[in-house]
Design a protein around this ligand. Structure first.
Ligand SMILES: Nc1nc2c(c(=O)[nH]1)N[C@H]1C(S)=C(S)[C@@H](COP(=O)(O)O)O[C@H]1N2
Ligand SMILES: [Mo]
Length: 201
């Protein structure tokens, strides 16, 4: 004859065995997070301080590399070229965060600068160049010759010198952007200091 406390002890032991074999929640059963190629970025990763701007601002844009006429451009020289106005440009980080919104700007096409500097093409088939837009803090963006000269993107890459009716002070004096990029942040180069043309060996 089993007494009451023995029955309780038996039930408790049974429960313990059950819960060890069938844990309610198992770490291994938690679905791993989806792999992402994006860096975990957010708006707060992009503060531009007055100190940074004072340190990195470049008032000349050097065009160099595989070009016949290396150039040194200022905002004044850009103003003498074919200036285009842009409405409501948004800077969207790779993370999806809008870091700057609804910017009205003025600038010229990068293509016009490269046509002036004249890429040193030796013949008709010599088209494998890449163009690096470099900032004074070391940030850079890359374009290909075909992207600029044989694709609609060429009509969307600008060197900007004015935002919302004002000269660019904090992020300038010149900024490069590519308005048809899906995320415009990565190829939005603030503190632009050089455009470098390089031939693919
Ligand atoms: N020179 C320079 N340009 C840069 C960066 C930088 O660190 N240095 N950060 C980039 C990133 S990650 C983003 S999302 C955008 C943010 O631009 P905004 O601060 O003008 O909105 O600038 C891009 N351009
Ligand atoms: Mo970003």
């Amino acid at each position: 004859m089993i007494n009451k406390s023995a029955l309780i002890a038996l039930l408790f032991a049974g429960f313990l065995i059950y819960s060890c074999n069938y844990p309610v929640k198992s770490e291994s059963k938690i679905k791993p997070k989806e792999a992402s190629t994006d860096m975990p970025e957010n708006v707060n990763d992009h503060p531009v301080t007055k100190e940074d701007s004072a340190k990195w601002v470049s008032t000349t844009l050097t065009v160099m590399g595989d070009v016949q006429f290396p150039l040194s451009l200022t905002v004044d020289s850009l103003k003498k070229m074919s200036v285009i106005g842009l409405d409501s440009f948004n800077v969207v980080c790779q993370s999806g965060a809008v870091t700057s919104g609804n910017i009205r700007s003025r600038g010229i096409l990068l293509k016009e600068i490269l046509e002036k500097a004249l890429i040193r093409q030796t013949n008709h088939q010599d088209r494998n160049f890449y163009i690096v837009a470099r900032a004074s803090d070391g940030y850079k963006a890359t374009f290909s010759w075909a992207e600029l000269f044989n694709n609609p993107t060429g009509e969307n890459v600008y060197v900007i010198f004015e935002e919302n009716g004002q000269p660019i002070i904090n992020k300038g004096a010149m900024i490069l952007n590519c308005t048809n990029d899906i995320k415009t942040g990565p190829r939005h180069v603030i503190w632009l200091k050089s455009i470098e043309v390089k031939r693919v060996d």
